[in-house]
Write a protein that binds this ligand. Structure first.
Ligand code: HXC
Length: 260
């Protein structure tokens, strides 16, 4: 596959996917979505990759949403297919089994916010702005926004954001728990690296199962969710990492987890 619209680097256990269309504020066309999908697949299979970061090139935008140029003259079928392609990528991010951090370096609008919401954690620069402006062009969010946004902020706030299309700033996004952390733009990269490194030192199987359980918590009833939790707890109790964690605690040293 030829990569034209994304950059990808793997360093010290962290894979970074950079949406690289800064002139179009990193808007996502079909090719870019396919490139992200391919990068995610690589990060998934590479045992050396422990944490994934998704961000945008430049300092103006994480991603300004679906590329509106490709949506001109869409038919019902084409529109549905476009929605499905983006939904597939967001599901791939949720299913990767490793922590994914969205590093929001500016606008995260429409499909851009939907991409960020599929990640596990979100760090935003102070200048970032987020919103679901699709209503302004006669659309609705199509990459999971009507489903994931209310899961973050509740139905009322989600309806307000999607009905009005208004943008919110990073601090407001933090207050409504849409982002985990807000830092000045110049500290964004180092804050993301610090968080990624912190996660790299954690036991990978515990992170994987936590991700799965929490993602599924909104899909299952409490009884099934608790059963799943107990089973995962059982699995973790039999891991080498658990033995290492306890030994390290008793020996007053830092644990070295192997993901076994
Ligand atoms: C294509 C885009 C774009 C987009 C920005 N650009 N957003 N191109 N698709 N979503 C391009 C502009 O056309 C422009 O190109 C360049 O990026 C810079 O943008 P400006 O508008 O000149 O910048 P500014 O005035 O600072 O305004 C920034 C902005 C605005 C507020 C982010 O660009 C904007 O409102 N963009 C649209 C955001 C949006 O509606 N997103 C949702 C899309 S629908 P030129 O060539 O003129 O320099 C969606 C649905 C997902 O995401 C689900 C699909 C199934």
């Amino acid at each position: 596959m030829e990569f034209k619209n994304t950059l990808y680097e793997k360093k010290e256990g962290i894979a970074t996917v950079i949406i690289n269309r800064p002139k179009a504020l990193n808007a996502l066309n079909e090719e870019t979505l396919l490139e992200i999908s391919s990068r995610i697949a690589d990060a998934k299979q590479d045992e050396n990759v422990k944490v994934i970061i998704i961000t945008g090139a430049g300092d103006r935008a994480f991603c300004a949403g679906a590329d509106l140029n490709m949506m001109k003259g869409a038919t019902a079928y084409k529109g549905m297919r476009l929605s499905q392609i983006g939904q597939k990528v967001t599901r791939e991010i949720e299913d990767i089994g490793k922590p994914v951090i969205a590093v929001i370096n500016g606008y995260a609008l429409g499909g851009g916010l939907e991409l960020a919401m599929a990640c596990d954690l979100r760090i935003a620069a102070e200048n970032a702005q987020m919103g679901q402006p699709e209503v302004n062009v006669g659309l609705i969010p199509g990459w999971g926004g009507t489903q994931r946004l209310p899961r973050f902020v509740g139905k009322g706030k989600a309806k307000e954001m999607i009905f009005t299309g208004k943008r919110i700033d990073a601090k407001t996004a933090e207050q409504i728990m849409l982002v985990n952390l807000v830092v000045p733009l110049e500290q964004l990269k180092s804050a993301a690296k610090e968080l990624a490194q912190d996660l790299m030192n954690k036991p990978p199987i515990a992170l994987q199962l936590t991700k799965q359980l929490i993602n599924n918590s909104t899909e299952t009833d409490l009884k099934i969710g608790l059963t799943n939790e107990a089973e995962a707890f059982g699995v973790l109790s039999s891991t080498e990492d658990f033995k290492e964690g306890v030994s390290a605690f008793l020996e007053k040293r830092k644990p070295q987890y192997q993901g076994k």
